[in-house]
Design a protein around this ligand. Structure first.
Ligand SMILES: [Zn+2]
Length: 267
């Protein structure tokens, strides 16, 4: 075979150099249907498997990916982008308030606030809630911010590889784990979208949402590192608290100088 992608000569079903299939055909209607739908549904079944395992056994899925079973699943960032797109489209179609596109238009900080209010704890907490509940940048921001606290909290919990070697997660592996959790929270948001249409359900739904997402991070780390339930719950709580603390600290460092500057220019 001569690879149509890179020109490599080889024997077998896939090019050992670039991975392209030996059965690469000319583009026709049948090929088009196969190529556009297969990556999502059929073919290697990766999409269905990734979505199912994300909810059924997220920690096993994350561990599989981290220890090297990379071909079985989507890259977590890829899965995240697919889910984000699905969320954007479905929330738009259903016309849910507080949807993806509302989030995008309410990106800016309130400008009608009294300058002295910038330094208040209430205002900062309000901004923290705004950031963390935003679907576009909030989930990814939380995943990024969680890396250092969770890395530190779980520094003694090891993940075992197939060759018997065990390792504590480094920062990047921790980020991938948090990305899986972001995918879960996005997936849950999608499942909850139709329920959002019921009037006055917002407060109840958001408590249910936070309870389930927190339960999922406990499950995720328990399955990933094989620790006991109570230990995973305690460590996740510590990691979560440290993350919120970090976010409040960052907001404080950003917002207070803005308030001081506005205060000075106002006088
Ligand atoms: Zn090739």
């Amino acid at each position: 075979m001569i690879c149509l992608n890179c020109g490599n000569r080889y024997k077998g079903n896939f090019c050992p150099h670039c991975g392209q299939s030996a059965k690469t055909k000319r583009l026709r209607l049948s090929e088009m249907m196969k190529n556009s739908i297969a990556p999502f549904l059929g073919g290697d079944n990766r999409f269905v498997r990734s979505c199912r395992d994300l909810f059924v056994r997220p920690g096993i899925m994350a561990r599989n990916y981290l220890v090297g079973k990379r071909m079985r699943y989507y890259h977590p960032l890829q899965l995240y982008v697919y889910l984000l797109t699905a969320y954007a489209v479905i929330s738009y179609v259903l016309g849910v308030s507080g949807s993806f596109f509302d989030d995008m238009t309410t990106l800016d900080f309130q400008t009608d606030v009294e300058p002295s209010k910038y330094a208040s704890v209430d205002f900062i907490l309000e901004q923290v809630t705004k950031i963390t509940s935003n679907k576009l940048y909030g989930t990814i921001a939380v995943a990024l911010l969680s890396v250092v606290p969770y890395r530190w909290v779980f520094r003694k919990c090891k993940v075992e590889r197939q060759d018997g070697e065990a390792f504590a997660l480094n920062h990047i592996e921790q980020f991938y784990t948090q990305l899986y959790h972001s995918c879960i929270s996005l997936g849950l948001s999608i499942l909850m979208l139709p329920v959002c249409l019921i009037p006055d359900s917002e407060d109840f739904l958001s408590s249910v949402f936070y309870a389930i997402t927190f339960a999922y991070i406990i499950i995720l780390y328990r399955q990933l590192t094989g620790i006991k339930w109570w230990k995973s719950a305690l460590l996740c709580l510590a990691g979560w608290l440290l993350t919120i603390l970090l976010l409040v600290l960052i907001m404080f460092l950003v917002i207070v100088p803005i308030g001081v500057m506005e205060d000075m220019s106002g006088r």
